[in-house]
Design a protein around this ligand. Structure first.
Ligand SMILES: Cc1ncc(COP(=O)(O)O)c(C=O)c1O
Length: 378
């Protein structure tokens, strides 16, 4: 696979050694071009292009469904992950005394939508991660009568732990629980099969591993669980025959599309579509293999330097992220890396590295060259 051939798609490589896809990606040229061409149509042709734009929206819905092995009518476009999870939280019919289980620590996008239900008598219980990991035993400890749903990140934003969604799905099936997944840290890098994992709801934004822009993502609502969700926000697009403006009725669309209330973020969807075209062309399995090889080199280099790696290293637990607690002052190291145009993240006292498929071994060498220089000076 000619990964190097794709590097020119990423102008960020001219100015940065960019290993920060777990934060916000710098999209490829084709994403920028797709949005520029769309805006040209908006400014020069206006509404006459509307049917064409809607056709592309449906194509992109198809791409999103392929990416997670679902059907297009199980996908609703959203603004971001938080909105997707909030749609699920607000849409289920809760009873006083119901409970939800969430890992701790967890990125807040997958915590606050559930805590927002506490005023409706729903309790959020946390099960603790250990160095990012959790297993069914941990969940079993906090499972209380009245538990209806478990919501987890497929990949932990801090340590990069990739949880075993198939085992979790199996557990949820046995216990008759709903499974909700925040997949923003895995889509585009780790293959996803929502049906095999028994996932009922999945939300993600496009601006990390999917290589798109901020402000557009999607929510998967499984056909099986669709009937449990009622849209808390509706508009003209929520109903069937949406363009029959003078006929007032309340026949909601029978699928995930009823969660799209009004005019779409067409520019965001065009960006996401171009990015997913690229991801599919390269292939998520190939991307995962490539990133794993780059991360293997990072792990070896960190181990050689006796740095404390936090990321779980078992093959089934790997993702795109490698996090370590440096032996030197983390903030000072982070500042030095930033000054050297090395884009990474600082999370607590961890440096988080997250390369994508277009990164190469020169990037890895450069990282260690800068790290070694910093260590020598400090
Ligand atoms: C696990 C996880 N969920 C969600 C988000 C972002 O949420 P949103 O798409 O709502 O901005 C992030 C990172 O910013 C994250 O790491």
């Amino acid at each position: 696979m000619d990964f190097e051939g794709y590097r020119s798609q990423f102008p960020i490589t001219n100015t940065y050694t960019f290993m920060n896809h777990a934060a916000i990606s710098a999209p490829p040229v084709i994403v920028a071009r797709a949005v520029q061409e769309l805006l040209h149509e908006f400014t020069h042709s206006g509404i006459s292009c509307y049917p064409k734009w809607m056709k592309r929206v449906e194509e992109v819905r198809g791409l999103a469904s392929q990416l997670i092995k679902a059907s297009p009518e199980e996908i609703a476009f959203t603004g971001n992950t938080s909105e997707g999870l909030s749609t699920v939280a607000a849409g289920l019919q809760w009873k006083n005394g119901d409970s939800i289980l969430v890992p701790r620590p967890e990125f807040p996008a997958n915590v606050y939508p559930w805590m927002n239900l506490e005023r409706r008598g729903v309790k959020v219980h946390f099960f603790d991660r250990e160095d990012g990991r959790f297993d069914i035993g941990k969940i079993e400890q906090v499972l209380v009568p009245g538990t209806r749903l478990i919501s987890v990140s497929s990949v932990d934003f801090a340590t990069g732990y990739h949880c075993d969604l198939e085992a979790l799905g199996d557990y949820c099936r046995r216990k008759d629980l709903l499974l909700c997944v925040d997949a923003i840290q895995s889509l585009g890098v780790v293959p996803m099969d929502v049906k095999r994992c028994g996932i009922h709801f999945l939300a993600a934004g496009g601006h990390k591993w999917l290589l798109s822009t901020m402000g557009c993502g999607f929510l998967y609502i499984s056909g099986e669980a669709d009937g449990l969700l009622h849209p808390s926000r509706v508009g003209w697009k929520s109903v069937v025959e949406e363009e029959d403006f003078f006929r007032v009725h309340f026949d909601l669309k029978p699928d995930a599309l009823r969660f799209e209330s009004g005019s779409m973020n067409v520019a965001g969807i065009y960006a996401l579509g171009a990015a997913m075209d690229l991801i599919m062309e390269v292939g998520v399995e190939n991307i995962f293999r490539r990133i794993t090889a780059l991360n293997d080199a990072l792990i070896r280099g960190l181990q050689d330097r006796n740095e404390r790696i936090i990321t779980p290293l078992d093959p089934g637990e790997r993702s795109g992220i490698v996090s370590f607690v440096p032996s030197s002052d983390p903030k000072a190291l982070y500042d030095y890396l930033s000054q050297e145009h090395m884009a990474v993240s600082l999370r607590n006292d961890m440096i988080r590295l997250s390369p994508h498929f277009y990164n190469n071994m020169d990037d890895i060498h450069r990282f260690f060259e800068v790290l070694d220089r910093f260590q020598e000076q400090n």
